[in-house]
Design a protein around this ligand. Structure first.
Ligand SMILES: [Zn+2]
Length: 240
């Protein structure tokens, strides 16, 4: 079963609202105005570059929400540019703006490369029934069925290593073009790997390391530096 990007975008729109609803009801979305400004500025600059790479994505209703959950080190993007960042990632990884741009650029890379639609296809084709039971049992808040449920499950499934390499490459390029230091791609993953605690960061389980992630990212830096060093203001996408 293959999910088209258009279907994935439609299903993700519904899944996004449902995923955020329990947090919204507890007042746990976009609570920190300083962090919100910071994340909007970084993401807005990245999205402006994403639209240059895939012009039709200017019609996406891009969105970034910050979920106030200090224990969850995670970020994700659904089809159609519906994104979320958990405060745990900011608090535990303590990324610089350059490093945060790598996280968000990587997520945008997954959306641009249609990985969410691929993940949804896997969810629907293989074990959506089994997983649906698991999700329903664990969370009473997910009132989703069919494709929208698959969209919610897709962001909780590990990406393939090939998809990870592709998102890494797109992410570092978006970030450099948006004015963020490509060298931060290497330091980000180093910092991420050092986050310990009770369990490894969710971000690392859904974004498994392709072979030589740090080496591959480091090898991309020289070709990214000219984008980063360009003078002048970077365009910013304005979120609704
Ligand atoms: Zn990834």
């Amino acid at each position: 079963m293959i999910v088209s990007e258009d279907s994935a975008i439609a299903a993700s729109k519904e899944a996004y609202v449902e995923m955020l609803r329990p947090y919204a009801e507890k007042g746990e979305i976009d609570n920190d105005p300083v962090l919100k400004d910071r994340v909007n500025k970084i993401t807005g600059r990245l999205v402006a570059q994403a639209i240059k790479i895939r012009p039709e994505t200017k019609n996406w209703d891009w969105s970034i929400k910050i979920i106030d959950d200090p224990d969850t080190v995670n970020a994700w993007a659904m089809a159609g540019g519906k994104m979320a960042l958990y405060t745990g990632l900011v608090e535990k990884v303590k990324p610089s703006d350059d490093e945060l741009a790598q996280v968000l650029g990587h997520e945008i890379g997954h959306a641009l490369a249609k990985h969410s639609a691929e993940q949804m296809s896997v969810a629907m084709a293989s074990q959506v029934g089994v997983m649906a039971v698991g999700v329903a049992a664990k969370s009473d808040q997910l009132a989703l069925t069919g494709a929208s449920l698959a969209a919610a499950l897709a962001i909780q499934m590990p990406n393939s290593r090939a998809a990870e390499s592709e998102a890494d490459r797109i992410g570092i390029e978006l970030a450099a073009k948006a004015g963020y230091d490509p060298r931060a791609a290497v330091t980000l993953w180093q910092k991420m790997g050092k986050v310990g605690g009770k369990r490894p960061p969710e971000f690392l389980s859904t974004h498994p390391a392709p072979g030589n992630r740090e080496k591959n990212l480091a090898s991309l830096i020289p070709q990214m530096m000219p984008y980063y060093e360009q003078k002048g203001e970077r365009p910013v996408y304005q979120f609704n």
